[in-house]
Design a protein around this ligand. Structure first.
Ligand code: TTP
Ligand code: MG
Length: 357
């Protein structure tokens, strides 16, 4: 039997900011774009748990977060602190956390900046696996002054769902025998792969919990297309996916929201130059084999939030910052005329990335 753990840092970016700024301690913290007194146009990266009580969460427009924070302040609650992010620092802290985990097992998959799966199958019992996870949590707390939540189960699926059950600072163990009863009362949404649309579709058919969905026969999952069979297994707590040791970068990119919507093509291409140069520099630092990074993708979001992407796959990877920029501009040009922008909409955001093909 496998014993797999999943670790996820609590309110990661916000927790690092709170740790490093004494005046932030215990306050509601929102990391993200500049709110510009409620007129800011970016989004929230993350909020700490105190700020989440105001309804603020990741990916929310920063202007909405500002409004919620103002409402809380007017109710007499603590004023929230808005801060920009320090991404290089988060990357460094992340690497240190991964090293701490590797001190206990070499089988670690870094699945995101603040998450990792690791294999504890060599532990002789569930109890022993739990002790190791506790030691990892304690070492992170001592060395990094940050808290993490860990889930333990027989596979990545269970471990991931379990790590989210008792956040922050949680440790949740789900044994093989407990797995099915652990899953049954949970919302179908907890299953990775079930997003808001599928959730709604299922709700219309009276399916809310995993237990509800388990009543369906295997054939009834055919409507889900290619992954119906996989889903049938997942809701039964079955998942064979392996721990992937090298965390592989699949793309490098950046995007920027303009302070005001822009129509001026010169200004947009100028911003594209800055973005593509910066992406090119980050791409240069990648340790991975670069030869398959041959697809250039650009994103345009118009003032009305309509968002389009365009991509082009090259024969070889771009050779220079100039070539990369040139490819991005070629993709961008149709957005300046009726081909991609017949209504002459203004631009709200542009982005560019280089993707492994
Ligand atoms: P998460 O682990 O999703 O969130 P979190 O660590 O802030 O909070 P939780 O305790 O619920 O795990 O994401 C990790 C970091 O990634 C987060 O601190 C900031 C960043 N992030 C964004 O920048 N934008 C996003 O939309 C999300 C979800 C995360
Ligand atoms: Mg997290």
């Amino acid at each position: 039997m496998r014993i797999i753990a999943h670790l996820d840092m609590d309110a990661f970016f916000a927790a690092v900011e709170e740790r490093d700024n004494p005046r932030f301690k215990g306050k509601p913290i929102v990391v993200g774009a500049d709110p510009v007194g409620g007129k800011g146009r970016g989004v929230v990266s993350t909020a700490n748990y105190v700020a989440r009580k105001y309804g603020i969460h990741s990916a929310m427009p920063i202007s909405t977060a500002w409004r919620l924070a103002e409402a809380a302040r007017k109710r007499g609650e603590t004023a929230a602190i808005f801060t920009g992010g320090h991404f290089e620092k988060y990357g460094k802290v992340s690497a240190e956390i991964m090293d701490i985990i590797r001190g206990y097992t070499p089988l670690v998959e870094e699945s995101s900046i603040d998450e990792a799966y690791f294999d504890l199958s060599s532990a002789e019992s569930w109890e022993q696996a739990k002790e190791i996870a506790q030691k990892i949590k304690t070492e992170i707390k001592d060395k990094e002054r940050l808290t993490a939540s860990v889930g333990i189960g027989t596979n990545k699926l269970i471990a991931k769902i379990a790590s989210d059950m008792q956040k922050p600072d949680g440790l949740t163990l789900v044994t093989e025998e407990q797995a099915e009863s652990f899953l049954e009362p949970l919302s179908v949404r907890k299953i990775p792969g079930i997003g808001p649309k599928t959730e709604l579709l299922l709700a219309k058919q009276g399916v809310k919990t995993i237990k509800d969905l388990k009543k369906w026969k295997r054939e009834e999952f055919e409507d889900f297309g290619g992954w119906g069979n996989e889903l049938y297994n997942r809701i039964r707590g079955k998942d064979e996916s392996p721990i992937v040791l090298e965390y592989e970068t699949k793309s490098v990119g950046e995007q920027e929201t303009f302070p005001e919507d822009v129509a001026d093509a010169a200004k947009i291409t100028e911003t594209m130059r800055v973005l593509s140069d910066s992406v090119w520099r980050s791409f240069g630092k990648l340790k991975d084999d670069k030869k398959d990074f041959r697809t250039v993708v650009i994103t345009v979001r118009f003032a009305d939030f309509e968002t389009k992407t365009k991509s082009h796959t090259l024969k070889n990877i771009p050779k220079s910052a100039d070539e990369f920029y040139f490819e991005a501009i070629k993709l961008l040009l149709p957005f300046f005329d009726k081909r991609e922008n017949p209504k002459h909409k203004k631009f709200r955001l542009i982005g560019v990335r280089i993707v492994k093909h």
